[in-house]
Write a protein that binds this ligand. Structure first.
Ligand SMILES: [Zn+2]
Length: 55
């Protein structure tokens, strides 16, 4: 099953050959990731992934 990147306006998925990693389970690390993609009003699901591209 393809995993689509969770970042806004990003449609990369591992189906397209992008390396997608599952969101960190550690709460502090998750917050850093959320900060990194500059989303303020968003909580990633347990299965959310991010692609290798910097957002
Ligand atoms: Zn992405």
């Amino acid at each position: 099953m393809p995993s689509r990147c969770s970042a806004p306006r990003c449609t990369n998925s591992n189906k397209d050959g992008y390396c997608c990693v599952t969101f960190a389970q550690d709460p502090e690390l998750r917050r850093k990731w959320i900060d990194a993609v500059r989303i303020t009003d968003w909580e990633p699901s347990k299965t959310a992934v991010l692609c290798e591209v910097k957002h």
